[in-house]
Design a protein. Structure first.
Length: 378
């Protein structure tokens, strides 16, 4: 009984069956855990001298109680550090006030800024966000999705890890309101919020063409991502309309990381005719700028570089990266607001596609080609 006496001295009283407490404390001691056990609603009721239903009424404000009773209950809650069970509440109200957010790469600043916009909007509306990172792995994505659904989330926002046939099958019968952000998912009949990827790549390439660049390379995204194909199509469309040449060898596939931008630059800049590069996202553009700096290539006098996404980091890199995009945090806010609206209306109703117009943000990394451009190959 030594453990029981220690426990009793610590909290000042025993609020449950002694045998139960002894078993709990023995288990914790065996595992090296010294924390006080989590109090239950019945423990609060015992300390306050009321029924546990009265405690529930005080917590949920579901029925009037006297000021004295309310004070006794609140004092007991504070003394025990009692935290109401979210699971119990969800069973009673059929809602958890939680939203699942599944992103494909949490190390990418795009998804960090997107998540911030989503979280801020959800918090203001009274929801907590559970963030899961799939790391661009469909199998991991499906595992996290199953966990989120098991937690009875009220809504789901998915930034998918590319084409994943199993994802659509997994959510089809879930009957949970959801929003797809940035990357469309085949077979999923859900609201979609995304920037116009094709138009953005077109604008980026047009900007380089208007600066009189004619030989424009491209660092494309990974083949498994639908946005990669859309951005590559926008790049090709701008070249075709301007009568500028397109050559497959001027396109190198990256994976949306800065490291892949650096590696791709090593391959792409072996082509002496290229005077400008469209990087399919800002991180790959930043990787290219790093390669250029290390190899003495002056930006933009010897090489122009433009990215895609508009992450905040591009403003503080030197030289600042010209990019195409839209406020990423704003995209997150739009997605969260659309989901909350869908949650209030129910899963039924017309599926919406919210397309956000991209805008050009001119930095220091683009300029007209100069006669000195040849010197980087000499």
């Amino acid at each position: 009984m030594a453990i029981l006496e220690t426990f009793k001295n610590r909290v000042g009283f025993v609020f449950a069956d002694p045998a139960t407490i002894k078993n709990r404390c023995t288990s914790w001691a065996a595992r090296g855990i010294v924390a006080t056990p989590m109090a239950t609603i019945k423990d609060v009721a015992a300390l306050a001298g009321v029924s546990y239903t009265t405690v529930s009424h005080v917590i949920n404000k579901s029925r009037p109680v006297s000021e004295k009773v309310r004070g006794d209950v609140e004092a007991a809650i504070r003394r025990l550090n009692y935290v109401p069970s979210a699971v119990a509440r969800s069973l009673k109200h059929q809602a958890t006030s939680t939203i699942g957010l599944l992103v494909s790469n949490s190390t990418n600043p795009f998804f960090a800024e997107l998540a911030r916009g989503i979280e801020d909007t959800c918090y203001r509306a009274g929801y907590t966000v559970i963030l899961c990172n799939s790391d661009d792995a469909p199998e991991r994505q499906q595992t996290y999705l199953r966990v989120l659904l098991e937690k009875r989330i009220d809504g789901l926002i998915i930034c998918s890890a590319g084409d994943d046939p199993g994802l659509a099958d997994q959510v089809r019968d879930a009957q949970v309101p959801m929003i797809i952000v940035d990357r469309a998912v085949k077979g999923m009949n859900a609201d979609l919020v995304q920037i116009d990827h094709l138009k953005g790549a077109y604008i980026a390439t047009r900007h380089l063409l208007e600066l009189r660049h004619k030989c424009i390379g491209c660092i494309a995204g990974p083949a498994f991502a639908t946005v990669s194909a859309e951005r590559l199509e926008g790049y090709k469309k701008a070249l075709t309309e301007a009568g500028a040449p397109f050559r497959p060898e001027w396109v190198v596939e990256g994976d949306f990381t800065a490291e892949s931008g650096y590696r791709s630059a090593r391959k792409l800049l072996k082509k002496p005719e290229i005077t400008a590069v469209f990087a399919s996202n800002d991180l790959m553009g930043i990787g290219l700028l790093r390669f250029a700096t290390e190899h003495g290539i002056r930006i933009p006098s010897q090489l122009s570089v433009i990215g895609f996404d508009g992450i905040e980091l591009t403003k503080y890199f030197f030289p600042s990266l010209t990019t195409v995009g839209q406020s990423i945090r704003k995209q997150g806010e739009i997605a969260a607001s659309a989901l909350i609206d869908r949650m209030r209306k129910g899963v039924e109703g017309r599926v919406r596609r919210i397309l956000i117009d991209p805008e050009l943000s001119i930095g220091e990394s683009t300029g007209a080609p100069t006669p000195f451009v040849r010197s980087r190959h000499e």
